[in-house]
Design a protein around this ligand. Structure first.
Ligand SMILES: Nc1nc2c(c(=O)[nH]1)N[C@H]1C(S)=C(S)[C@@H](COP(=O)(O)O)O[C@H]1N2
Ligand SMILES: [Mo]
Length: 417
């Protein structure tokens, strides 16, 4: 078969029966690589093993953390967002985990790292990283969400994609030593009921945490997705507080002080507290409320030029436990269908949901997802949430989100009553 005859076959196939797949084929860089030809990369040997001792993704992949210039006075105290539309499954690759820090990323030599436990304990202790790694550990998959996630949307739809409306959210497998092991070694004194956890970065971010949370499921993580915690995530060790707001997951953790009352640090009074309509401030929210978002389609994944079958898919999560159910609407909440929850459905981890749909060109649709958790919490509408919380807050926004699929298939961030 000659090369030109092969090209002809491909062109005919692409123009006729293949539909959407054919369009992809037409867009390919080099038709010589397309079926039935043997592509050029299969005609020579590729690089051998350990060409790259630490592997990187394909050079053709472009998913990236991004920041928002108008939210960023200086990058040392800022946030980058996870590209949720590009994520598969439930695990966020470490290199795409959103970053939120208040004093830049410290460069910590693990041999100089220490974790101090002091205050209302029988034996104040200082652990090296090696000490921590010798102790019994756990590995758990948990989401981490900044309480400011969605915070730019209280007064109106503002951000241009799911990366910015929901991307202060990531989910990793974390490995480390339970706090109950460390606190048992130090010995709690009678009356102990709160701890202060403080970071070893320039911000010295410090939060008061009820002791019972530390004795429940909290741990000091040195592992993230099978390797060491990344510098941006708190290398060499960070606090993991499953289901609690991300701000409390102290990175580069330096000390844990045991006490009998909260400390009222600036991080829990000036920030990460909710200004309510009556002018009072709501403090110590702790648990991330049940929430969800649709990641396909979304503004970054429009339906332009792909009418027909669409798998609506997205993520749901709750700080109170497992996701029990996710309903999806394509008519702005008038009617709902229940989506399939993809296994595994884990406590305080993101859960992926999927539901098939048919989009016809020229038809508008208002897509929404509404998550429920095993504790019986249901995601509120934006109206309901605003009625209780007003619009002065930045934090803890978990309302049902709407994407408008326009007649031409473009997808926009909108708010509806
Ligand atoms: N030491 C320290 N810990 C910190 C922070 C910080 O600036 N310094 N930022 C907090 C905030 S506001 C959030 S949302 C999470 C973000 O974790 P990540 O950067 O791994 O996504 O870490 C928290 N822990
Ligand atoms: Mo945060």
């Amino acid at each position: 078969m000659t090369a030109s005859r092969r090209r002809l076959l491909v062109a005919a196939g692409a123009g006729a029966a293949l539909g959407a797949a054919g369009k992809g084929a037409q867009a390919a860089g080099n038709p010589d690589n397309l079926p039935p030809n043997q592509p050029e990369w299969s005609r020579t040997l590729g690089p051998g093993v350990i060409e790259e001792a630490y592997g990187t993704r394909s050079r053709h992949e472009t998913a990236a953390r991004r920041y928002v210039p108008w939210l960023t006075q200086d990058r040392q105290s800022s946030v980058s967002f996870t590209p949720l539309a590009e994520m598969n499954g439930i695990i966020t690759p470490s290199g795409l985990h959103f970053e939120r820090h208040h004093g830049g990323v410290p460069d910590i030599d693990p041999s100089d790292y220490r974790l101090m436990i002091h205050g209302m304990v029988e034996r104040p202790l200082v652990f090296t990283l090696e000490d921590l790694k010798r102790l019994p550990s756990v590995s758990r998959i948990h989401f981490l969400e900044c309480p400011a996630n969605g915070g730019m949307e209280w007064r109106g739809a503002q951000m241009s994609g799911v990366q910015y409306t929901h991307g202060m959210l990531s989910c990793s497998e974390w490995t480390g030593v339970p706090l109950k092991v460390l606190l048992a070694a130090a010995g709690l004194r009678p009356g102990a009921s709160w701890v202060l956890a403080e970071g070893g970065d320039a911000s010295h971010l410090a939060r008061s945490i009820p002791l019972r949370k530390l004795l429940d499921d909290a741990f000091i993580a040195f592992g993230q997705n099978g390797e060491a915690v990344r510098p941006q995530q708190g290398y060499p060790a960070r606090l993991v507080l499953p289901g609690y707001e991300g701000n409390m997951w102290i990175k580069w953790i330096r000390r844990i002080e045991v006490g009998d009352r909260p400390w009222f640090t600036r991080w829990e009074t000036r920030t990460y507290a909710d200004l309510m309509p009556d002018g009072l401030s709501r403090q110590f929210t702790f648990v991330n409320e049940v929430n969800s978002c649709i990641t396909n389609p979304c503004p970054e994944k429009s339906l332009r030029g792909r009418p027909g079958f669409v798998e609506i898919s997205g993520l749901a999560w709750s700080g109170a436990g497992r996701i029990a159910r996710v309903d999806v609407s394509v008519d702005g909440g008038d009617t709902w269908r229940t989506a399939e929850l993809q296994e595994p459905v884990l406590s305080k981890a993101v859960t992926r949901f999927r539901i098939p749909w048919e989009w016809q060109e020229g038809r508008q649709a208002f897509l929404q997802s509404r998550a429920m958790d095993e504790a019986g919490r249901v995601q509120p509408t934006l109206d309901t949430l605003r009625r209780v919380r007003g619009v002065e807050s930045i934090y803890h926004k978990n309302s049902i989100h709407t994407w408008l699929v326009d007649r031409d298939g473009t997808v926009a961030n909108v708010q509806i009553d």
